[in-house]
Design a protein around this ligand. Structure first.
Ligand code: ATP
Length: 458
């Protein structure tokens, strides 16, 4: 794995050229910070979600999936505290009229040596004034005071204007898991400790979106809420920190590109919180969060809904509201990390440079490309393609020289190229080229499916 060559511009250009990610609503001039996943990108993102689901639902003891509605009763967001406190400290530059987050300004100005998480709004204003922190867009020092800005998108529900009610696009998926805690527990007969996992869209009216798909206003979260008894929470918090890190290492991230970042300032309900940061092209940034949320969420929903969310232990009869360990990772943010970790510009013997995405075969859009050496071998190649398609996402390409076709597959990270050549007609064998080593082996065409199955498992 290498990410030293990658810049954000190179990634954006590659993603556009190869059908991975396009700017949203492009033909209308775009719609700021929205992105559309193309034919290759949707496969990669689905594979990322599948790998996560496999690890945190199927392979995780006592863990269950959920797909809750995006639109929820507005009382949910009152109970969770989002209507009153889901906000960022924003400042406007009076000269160029751009909007900024005060905490980000301080972090950038101090090059990370000052942690704004521990500061009040007043302290942040003082810091910015004392250090004459300038607007990163126009270079002037002409700020408004800090105002807080709620990040939830509002919409309304109702058939007539009079009956319209304000509702919100969910800013996180977690509340769906909390409000369904007892539904899942009863229907699965799960005993605490157990987990509920969900993958779904979330929406935030971010003040400073940007850095490609790193911070967008519409994104997907993969969240796992683990319900446990008070007293065991610290142990499970540590366990989920390790599980979250191990998942990334197993995807192929270099350990030196990942680090834990413990939070100094905790939300009032949290007992502990940390991020895993990744060394993105723009520097170290949060990739995922792990939080010990105590019994705050279930207690609040019990209070606001008037419905009991108390768990009754079937053996001891003990009644309690469980604590929650939350592990939350953005699918898009992980995709950006996966792409930047996998990208390499490799200088080959003879001086040619190839761009290649070295990601885990399970993440690749296509597990293999089937290539007839010449067009007249197409019938044999298509016969193999049809067999492989029953089990894998595979692609066919007969256009251009074989070298060019290999390069195209390298650029989208296809781990294996299967070439049908004249020996195939003689003895039924094909060549299998490895994306990373570029070495080739010969296999019988009937062995290819088993080979791919073994190589592509996550
Ligand atoms: P940040 O500090 O970067 O705004 P956060 O601490 O608000 O993130 P959480 O609310 O903990 O993030 O959300 C969990 C995860 O969801 C994050 O770790 C990130 O992977 C993802 N995420 C959050 N906001 C966005 C966004 N605007 N765009 C893309 N992914 C996001």
């Amino acid at each position: 794995m290498a990410n030293s060559a990658v810049t954000m511009d190179k990634l954006v250009a590659l993603c556009k050229a190869r059908g991975i990610i396009f700017a949203g609503s492009e033909i209308y001039g775009g719609m700021g910070n929205t992105w559309d996943y193309g034919p290759v990108g949707v496969e990669i993102k689905n594979n990322i979600k599948r790998a996560w689901w496999k690890r945190f639902v199927y392979e995780n003891d006592n863990s269950f999936g959920l797909d809750a509605a995006i639109l929820m009763n507005s009382r949910v967001w009152e109970a969770s505290g989002h209507t009153t406190s889901f906000s960022d400290p924003k400042m406007d530059c009076k000269s160029c009229k751009t909007r900024h987050r005060a905490d980000n300004l301080i972090e950038a100005h101090s090059k990370g040596s000052v942690n704004p998480d521990t500061m009040s709004n007043e302290e942040m204003e003082n810091y910015i004034r004392e250090h004459r922190v300038k607007c990163p867009v126009c270079g002037n020092f002409d700020w408004t005071n800090i105002r807080t800005f709620n990040l939830m998108f509002e919409t309304s529900r109702g058939v007539t204007d009079e009956s319209q009610n304000k509702i919100y696009l969910r800013p996180e998926t977690a509340q769906g898991e909390f409000v369904n805690f007892l539904n899942v527990q009863r229907t699965t007969r799960a005993k605490v400790p157990f987990g509920i996992a969900q993958i779904g869209k979330a929406f935030r009216n971010e003040i400073t979106p940007g850095n490609f798909i790193f911070r967008t206003i519409e994104f997907e979260q993969m969240e796992h809420q683990f319900f446990c008894k008070a007293g065991t929470d610290e142990m499970y918090y540590r366990e989920y920190k390790e599980k979250a890190m191990q998942f990334l290492l197993d995807l192929g991230f270099a350990p030196e590109h990942l680090r834990f970042h413990d939070h100094d300032k905790l939300a009032h309900y949290a007992r502990a919180a940390c991020d895993i940061q990744y060394l993105y092209p723009m520097g170290w940034q949060e990739l995922n969060g792990i939080h010990n949320r105590t019994d705050f969420d279930l207690t609040r929903h019990q209070e606001y809904s008037g419905k009991s969310l108390t768990y009754v232990d079937p053996v001891s009869g003990e009644r309690y509201i469980p604590y929650v360990i939350e592990y939350s990772i953005g699918a898009d943010r992980l995709m950006l990390a996966v792409l930047s970790e996998a990208y390499e510009e490799e200088t080959l013997e003879g001086g040619d440079v190839r761009s290649v995405l070295h990601f885990h075969p399970a993440i690749a859009a296509y597990k293999a490309a089937v290539l007839p050496l010449q067009k007249n071998l197409a019938p044999q190649a298509k016969e193999l393609l049809a067999k492989l398609k029953k089990r894998f996402a595979v692609i066919y390409d007969e256009a251009g020289s074989i070298g060019k076709r290999y390069r195209r597959q390298d650029e989208i990270g296809t781990p294996f190229c299967i070439t049908v050549d004249f020996d195939t007609l003689e003895n039924g064998t094909v060549t299998v080229r490895d994306r990373d080593t570029m070495e080739q082996i010969r296999l019988h065409a009937d062995e290819v499916a088993a080979f791919l199955a073994e190589k592509c498992v996550f």
